[in-house]
Design a protein around this ligand. Sequence first.
Ligand code: 5GP
Length: 208
Amino acid sequence: MEKGLLVVISGFSGSGKGTIVKQLVEKYGYSLSISATTRAPREGEVDGREYYFKTVDEFRSLIDYNGFIEWAQYVDNYYGTPRKFVEKEMEAGKDVILEIEVQGALAVKEQYPNAVLLFIAPPSAEELKNRLVGRGTEDSATIQKRLSRAVEESESMNNYEYIVINDDLEECVQDVHSIIVGEHSKTNNKLGFMEQIKKELALFKKGE
Ligand code: 5GP
């Protein structure tokens, strides 16, 4: 059996990537990696569901124990992808989605060259600001920080393999799913299959 793929999804804060990821999991059954963070839970967030909420000390000791595939600092807080879950799911042939920011995405690609890197973008900058303000989960200083961070992140978009514009949610989810399906047909993701069929064919030849 082929291993599952790592699917890295990034996008500006407010791009709608969280909703897209949720739909990919619900509609198509992808595995979702739950990150650890030192950020405080937002209203309605549950430990172990949106994130594993950690203290800075706990987070640092996970770094020391090589517990993360990658970790990064984003606007005053640490975020990291726990290693065990991701490796177990991939071994079991499941595709795993990581919803992480750009530094983390690049670190993942270095370790897992077959990882697919997708960047979700809003149709325009104006639309991004409206979405951030409209969602009402952050104060205006935090919104400003996140918009400044988006300016930096926009410089990294070129490092991604796919840019998917989130204008219509349904369409965007469908586009991401199609990209992942396509990735599975790449030669590098079919090594096990090719080896198997070559062996089978060789047996035919023997019995000619
Ligand atoms: P938020 O605080 O809005 O939940 O997330 C802030 C940013 O951190 C988002 O861009 C999100 O994708 C990113 N993020 C969440 N988990 C991880 C992680 O494990 N590693 C990295 N590098 N970024 C993450």
